[in-house]
Design a protein around this ligand. Structure first.
Ligand code: FAD
Length: 288
């Protein structure tokens, strides 16, 4: 199938985006890499009358250090993130996750910001943003606001973005020598969307594990923290963690849904395996 007909405009600046959004209102959609929006249009799941291409706007590009944060421009393509030494060094969770996003051809066009705005529950990057406590920089014609990841994602394909707003960049706290991270997913083939995945982060102080985040994706309508498991693990000492108790807590926190390819029961078993592997990785990293 092909999309319904639409008008295409290219914005040269963020201000010009607002001119187009003002003119076309909710009949317009922002076009970044097009790797989710265009397939959705071809399947007639979306039918915007106007596409506003933001791919050539300089202010949406670039990856830069800002004090204790890394600012990733919304139009950074997945391949730019993968090739960035700053991302590899300071936000290794995002580097690991991005290696699992789709295939090279899609990573050459798809963008960091587009993936977050699309808010697919099976996507890797929303889970990382939640695990790392990222902050989203959003602009409209009259000003800007910063929104925490936990308030940005509101459900399947749903974020807090209003029709007249654009995501300009995302600020990610830098990992320190005390930060431990883990990323892994199960998918049928490399590059496919995950059947279940986990983005995890914790801080180690002496032997104590703190600030734990265990964020599962592809298991419910939005990437979700296993909150009681996080509480149980926070404050525990390395080497004394009761792995099976944490797995039980994860099962109590999240009841995974069935999707087209994978039953909830299978996802639940995969989540336990991911939890065991994360705890093993923390033990190895904490002792290093
Ligand atoms: P677009 O498709 O251009 O836009 C997506 C949505 O976000 C649209 O609604 C658009 O209006 C909005 N938007 C984009 N940028 C902004 C902005 N700056 N401000 C406000 N709104 C904005 N993704 C994964 O995470 N994991 C996978 O395993 C995976 N596998 C894939 C396999 C295939 C075969 C395909 C086709 C895609 C796959 N994807 C996967 C999706 C891919 O990663 C997309 O790049 C990403 O989801 C969307 O980024 P984009 O730049 O292409 O956004």
């Amino acid at each position: 199938m092909k999309s319904t007909s639409f008008e295409y405009v290219r914005a040269r600046s963020i201000d010009e985006v607002f001119v187009f959004l003002g003119k076309h209102g909710d009949e317009a959609k922002i076009l970044a890499g097009g790797q989710s929006l265009l397939p959705a249009m071809n399947m007639r799941l979306a039918a915007p009358e106007v596409l506003i291409d933001v791919s050539q706007i300089p202010d949406l590009q670039g990856i830069e250090m800002l004090g204790n944060r890394l600012r990733i421009g919304a139009m950074s393509r997945h391949v730019d993130v993968l090739n960035s030494s700053k991302v590899a060094e300071h936000t290794p969770l995002i580097a690991s996750a991005t290696r699992n996003v789709a295939h090279p051809a899609i990573r050459n066009r798809g963008t960091f910001g587009g993936s977050l705005c699309h808010a697919d529950p099976a996507s890797e990057l929303p889970a990382c943003a939640l695990a790392l406590g990222a902050s989203f920089n959003i602009q409209n014609r009259s000003g800007s606001r910063a929104v925490k990841a936990k308030d940005f994602f509101q459900g399947t394909y749903t974020t807090c973005l209003e029709d007249d707003e654009i995501l300009t960049s995302v600020d990610v706290p830098l990992a320190t020598a005390d930060t431990m991270t883990f990323f892994e997913e199960f998918s049928r083939r490399k590059g496919d969307y995950a059947m279940a995945g986990l983005a995890a982060r914790a801080e180690i102080q002496g032997q104590q594990i703190n600030d734990v985040k265990l964020v599962f994706f592809a298991v419910s309508d939005v990437a979700t923290s296993a909150q009681s498991a996080e509480k149980l693990l926070s404050g525990a000492l390395l080497g004394t963690v009761d792995t099976e108790a944490i797995c039980q807590a994860v099962s109590g926190d999240i009841t995974p849904f069935d999707d087209l390819t994978t039953s909830g029961a299978t996802k639940s078993a995969l989540m336990k395996t991911l939890t065991r592997r994360a705890l093993q990785a923390f033990a190895t990293q904490g002792e290093a």
